[in-house]
Design a protein around this ligand. Structure first.
Ligand SMILES: [Zn+2]
Ligand SMILES: [Zn+2]
Length: 139
């Protein structure tokens, strides 16, 4: 079986890549812990600025931005942290686009995205060969 090994983007260690972000399980877990810390912090400190979050939670501003883009981290209206729609500039609480632009881009994506490459049914053929061989050996 071909293993897809990658270097972790955070710590550089080799790990068995299974998809998503190229980050090893240890770093992924660490990031998740950080996320929970920040999420709780933002809930408790609704008026905290990004530099305050960075200092009190010990996370990267870039990491915070990424969580916002992934729509995992929300800032309330009381928050001085303002996120703007990347298309029209409207103030939003999370993500990259406002609801209106999100709808528009989703519509555009649907039209422009090509169908994903079709997997060849290699494994099925191999398995068929293997089982018939096993049968012969048993006999
Ligand atoms: Zn790592
Ligand atoms: Zn917009």
């Amino acid at each position: 079986m071909a293993m897809n090994v990658k270097n972790c983007r955070k710590c550089g260690k080799m790990f068995n890549y299974v998809g998503g972000m190229p980050v090893c399980p240890a770093c992924r877990e660490h990031a998740e812990e950080q996320f929970q810390t920040v999420k709780k912090y933002v809930q408790d400190h609704k008026t905290a600025t990004v530099p305050e979050i960075v200092e009190d939670c010990g996370v990267d501003a870039k990491q915070i931005q990424q969580w916002v883009r992934e729509e995992r981290l929300f800032f309330t209206e009381d928050s001085p942290v303002k996120i703007n729609c990347e298309i029209c500039g409207a103030t939003i609480s999370t993500g990259r686009y406002c609801e209106k632009c999100k709808k528009d881009t989703a519509h555009n994506l649907k039209d422009s995205i090509q169908p994903a490459h079709v997997e060849q049914p290699k494994t099925v053929a191999n398995m068929g060969k293997q089982s018939s061989r096993m049968y012969t050996y048993k006999k």
